[in-house]
Design a binder for this molecule. Structure first.
Ligand code: MF3
Ligand code: CO
Length: 249
């Protein structure tokens, strides 16, 4: 079932989304060579709690941390660790979910650690652009797979791998709701988008091929070919006349 949110509910989700954006702004400043992903997780959790929310991911299917920190070839769901220390030239995707007044906010961004290679700069830029290509299609009357097709069509020309095993999703009182929003596919399929729907769009793009592997911890998802991977996610609301990005300041 796809839930339609009232204006009151969207107002709360906008606050949750703003808190996700604030947490990103805060963590972005802490990203530097020498810091562990565990430290970032601790800072994120404190920040979220201080703002009257709780971290959505902690305990979700037994996920053990507040945020996901996915470094280099880790695609998504990297578990923060004291043994993962950022170094110059890394890229790190930070995924943050907050639960606020009964609703979730969810957003991810990939950051450079110091100076990164031109190839990784391009990966970050193109993955971010693919997110906005998807968002442009998230309007009243379009179908879910119009978002998917826009992302795939944009990425195609760069020869990157689009991860297929994980998708965007509806969001609200639950972190994951219908509809699921793949990052590839033919246009014109799936549910019709209507005002009051709230969805997360989150392309996961590999510099190499699309194949992934999940490590023994059952979370950490890496590229099979060890190429670097990027992940950008916004939570948006469908409006009468377009969309609103909720995970922005
Ligand atoms: N942004 C991801 C998602 O929406 C993060 C989920 S991590 C989990 O699926 F730990 F909560 F699973
Ligand atoms: Co998400």
């Amino acid at each position: 079932m796809i839930t339609i949110k009232s204006k009151r509910e969207i107002d709360i989700m906008r606050e949750a989304g703003k808190l996700v954006a604030l947490a990103h702004e805060y963590l972005k400043k802490q990203i530097k060579p020498g810091i562990s992903t565990k430290r970032l997780d601790q800072m994120a959790e404190k920040f979220i709690l201080k703002h009257g929310a709780t971290p959505s991911f902690k305990g979700y299917n037994d996920y053990p941390a507040a945020i996901c920190t996915s470094v280099n070839e880790v695609v998504v769901h990297g578990i923060p660790s004291k043994d993962v220390i950022l170094k110059e030239g890394d890229i790190i995707a930070i995924d943050i979910g907050v639960y606020y007044k009964g609703y979730h906010g969810d957003g991810a961004w990939t950051y450079p650690v110091g100076k990164i290679s031109d190839a990784d700069k391009k990966l970050l830029q193109i993955t971010k652009e693919s997110l906005y290509e998807g968002i442009k299609q998230a309007v009243n009357g379009n179908r879910v797979s119009d978002i998917s097709a826009a992302i795939e069509n944009f990425i195609k020309q760069y020869g990157y791998g689009i991860v297929e095993e994980f998708t965007g999703h509806g969001i609200g009182q639950n972190l994951h709701e219908q509809p699921f929003v793949p990052n590839f596919g033919k246009p014109g399929r799936g549910a019709i988008l209507k005002p009051g729907m709230t969805i997360c769009i989150e392309p996961m793009i590999n510099r190499g091929n699309k194949q992934i592997e999940i490590l023994a911890d059952n979370w950490t998802t890496v590229t099979k070919d060890k190429s670097n991977s990027a992940h950008f996610e916004h939570m948006i609301a469908i409006k009468e006349d377009g969309y609103e990005i909720l995970t922005e300041l």
